[in-house]
Design a protein around this ligand. Structure first.
Ligand SMILES: [Zn+2]
Length: 350
């Protein structure tokens, strides 16, 4: 069985925005499930650390980092209409970044096959100089910069399956080809970015891939997008590391989203990513938690993904999924053809 690392820490529960869907309970239910029989002892604990200012500066302005740092110890500071801090938020945020960096180092340097940073606050909306959409620092963007600097990678794939478009991550790498950003997301929706025509610019043209989706997409639609858009591009790109913005707000029970993915559907997406990782980068894949606001759905979906990461033969009944995806293909065919047409200018696989 694969050796899978997890990052968890009580500090991540300290960030509390009051009555808010991005609550400490999200991680509380996930951490609880890790202690259950089926999960107990299956995963290797990767100890987190605080990220340094220099590490965070690879993505964020120094003045913005100071602004967040100044919230430490203060009762409540609003940084964005839906993002605020409590006295411990800064500490949680630098440890969230550091937790992901350790999860990356464990997979690249040690003998861990894959890892999942179960951290908060999330990060993919955070911009260079501002907090946004429940995010303080862009964990995954800093993670990619770290993998470049520390491990010398020049082809990193970021896959973002969160309900929302990861505007901050896209912008961090929009004009470079060393990081390929792929996002499937509900559109039009918050934050408003992520059309199929946003494809990167300059040297990065063709290295941003967006799949904007109508509401109602479920397991088959997502798996078809992953198999028929993401996979051919990824196999051509040949990433040395895959990072995943794992948001669970595309679950059918999620109060913020309009998608219909099931807990097993997340395992199927993970299964496709594992397949890509095994044929391109010795299986190196690192997930970090983004959204997901129904506690039961979040707990079940994270469990499903972790068990799929762990299982050598896969945890889901693959043939059943493939048959269903083929018969449901027509529901997403036009979207896929449109993206293939746009991306076909850069990717010979289409
Ligand atoms: Zn989200």
């Amino acid at each position: 069985m694969a050796k899978i690392g997890i990052v968890r820490d009580e500090r991540y529960l300290l960030h509390d925005m009051g009555y808010h869907p991005e609550s400490p309970d999200r991680l509380r239910v996930i951490y609880e499930s890790l202690g259950e029989n089926e999960m107990k002892g299956l995963f290797v604990e990767v100890p987190p650390r605080a990220a340094t200012k220099e590490e965070i500066e690879t993505v964020h302005d120094t003045s913005y980092i100071h602004r967040v740092a100044e919230t430490a110890g203060k009762p409540h500071v609003r940084l964005d209409p839906d993002t605020s801090t409590c006295p411990e938020s800064y500490e949680a945020a630098i440890w969230a970044v550091g937790g992901l960096l350790e999860a990356i180092d464990a997979v690249v340097g040690a003998d861990i096959d894959g890892s999942f940073a179960l951290v908060r606050p999330p990060g993919h909306h955070a911009e260079k100089a501002r907090a946004m959409g429940f995010c303080l620092f862009n964990n995954i963007a800093i993670g990619a910069r770290h993998a470049q600097k520390r491990h010398g990678f020049d082809r990193i794939l970021i896959v973002d399956w969160d309900l929302h478009h990861g505007n901050g991550t896209q912008n961090a790498f929009y004009d470079e080809k060393e990081v390929l950003y792929f996002s499937a997301h509900q559109y039009p929706f918050y934050p408003g970015t992520g059309t199929a025509n946003e494809i990167g610019q300059g040297a990065g043209e063709g290295y941003t891939v967006n799949a904007p989706l109508n509401t109602g997409c479920g397991d088959s639609e997502y798996a078809n997008i992953f198999s028929r858009v993401l996979k051919p591009i990824a196999l051509t790109y040949q990433p040395q590391l895959i990072l995943v913005s794992a948001g669970f707000d595309i679950h059918y029970k999620d109060p913020l989203g309009g998608m219909k993915v099931t807990a097993n559907g997340f395992a199927r997406l993970m299964n496709i990513l594992k397949d890509i990782a095994q044929s391109t980068c010795s299986g190196r894949i690192v997930l970090t938690l983004e959204g997901g606001y129904d506690l039961t759905a979040l707990r079940e979906s994270v469990r499903s993904v972790l068990l799929e990461m762990k299982a050598d033969d896969g945890w889901v009944d693959l043939q059943k999924y493939l048959d269903q995806e083929n018969s449901d293909y027509k529901t997403i065919e036009r979207v896929i053809e449109k993206i293939q047409e746009i991306q076909g200018r850069y990717w010979s696989c289409f």
